[in-house]
Design a protein around this ligand. Structure first.
Ligand SMILES: [Zn+2]
Length: 315
């Protein structure tokens, strides 16, 4: 049965949908922990919401009319414990006596073992599981092992590497990938959002000033023909970094480099896809390095990329 805000409306995430459909039709198979993982802006939170609404629905269809669906829509469902998301604020274990709300001790003492109120299951959602502190994690691991069947956890995380192996081994991981451009365009159109050419496969665009995008595009578009051009590009990037030492919180040098990588990929795929494949692979390796989050490695990764690309350009 279809409904507004249903699982079927999740776009471009076929692999994730296989899991979500299976567990929403057979909630008794739900493992103690599901981990929704993948890049920002690919619809993980919205998928979690749709999934939870479906599983909690009294009719089992995300009907939109039952007491559970209505509580969900009023954001007052008693069987959803959605941890608040505060940037860089760790989830802590909580005080021994009288633990604060949304700490692990609070969760264990006041929620975990009590039966749900409306639905058959209670969901505990941690919207950025990379923020779980060490002590909290140890306590959580025990809860994951012992959690009653009516309490199920959902973690959301951009990269599985941010979680310990001991946590991952207790979970079923649900992968989200970058969205195809056609879907990104479509979603922007439907939501009356401005579509940027450097959008990537995510609904979360770089928060980058348009003139920066313009400048990078100019450096790259049709201008990379010989090794010297690549050296000039590197020089310009490093010069730009020097001149703009004070990056905004949500647009860092790493984001800047990410954007360079993205525009390089667009340029290569536009001109001669087959011939440019080795260069695109080099850019992907570069992006991978960038996301390893090793501080101070950006310049080295960039020189490596420039070196590889100029060698390939000579061939
Ligand atoms: Zn319902």
């Amino acid at each position: 049965m279809s409904s507004a805000f249903g699982i079927d409306e999740i776009q471009g995430q076929e692999r994730a949908l296989v899991f979500l459909k299976k567990y929403s039709s057979q909630p008794e198979l739900l493992p103690p922990l599901l981990i929704f993982h993948g890049p920002e802006g690919t619809g993980k939170e919205s998928a979690v919401e749709r999934f939870i609404r479906h599983v909690l629905c009294i009719e089992g269809t995300s009907c939109g009319h039952c007491v559970s669906c209505r509580a969900f829509m009023h954001q007052s469902h008693p069987d959803i414990v959605w941890f608040p998301l505060e940037k860089n604020k760790q989830i802590s274990i909580g005080k021994e006596d009288n633990p604060e709300e949304f700490t692990i001790r609070w969760l264990i003492r006041t929620r975990l073992y009590y039966r749900p109120h409306l639905s058959k299951v209670r969901f505990i959602v941690i919207p950025d599981a990379s923020l779980i502190g060490n002590e909290a994690e140890t306590a959580l691991l025990k809860s994951l092992e012992e959690a009653p069947a009516f309490t199920r956890f959902i973690f959301i995380v951009t990269n599985l590497d941010q979680l310990k192996e001991t946590i991952i081994s207790r979970a079923v991981c649900i992968p989200f990938g970058y969205l195809p451009q056609s879907i990104i365009k479509d979603l922007h159109y439907k939501n009356s959002l401005t579509y940027l050419p450097a959008q990537g496969g995510s609904m979360d665009p770089f928060d980058c000033p348009p003139q920066v995008l313009e400048q990078i595009s100019q450096r790259i578009g049709g201008n990379l023909r010989q090794p010297l051009d690549y050296l000039r590009l590197e020089e310009w990037i490093l010069g730009y970094k020097e001149e703009h030492a004070d990056w905004k919180e949500d647009f860092s040098f790493k984001d800047f480099l990410d954007l360079v990588g993205l525009l390089l990929l667009q340029e290569y795929s536009r001109s001669d896809f087959e011939a440019n494949l080795p260069k695109m692979e080099a850019v992907f390796r570069f992006k991978e390095k960038l996301h390893e989050k090793i501080h101070g490695q950006e310049n080295i990764s960039l020189s490596l990329l420039i070196h590889e690309l100029s060698l390939l350009e000579q061939k």
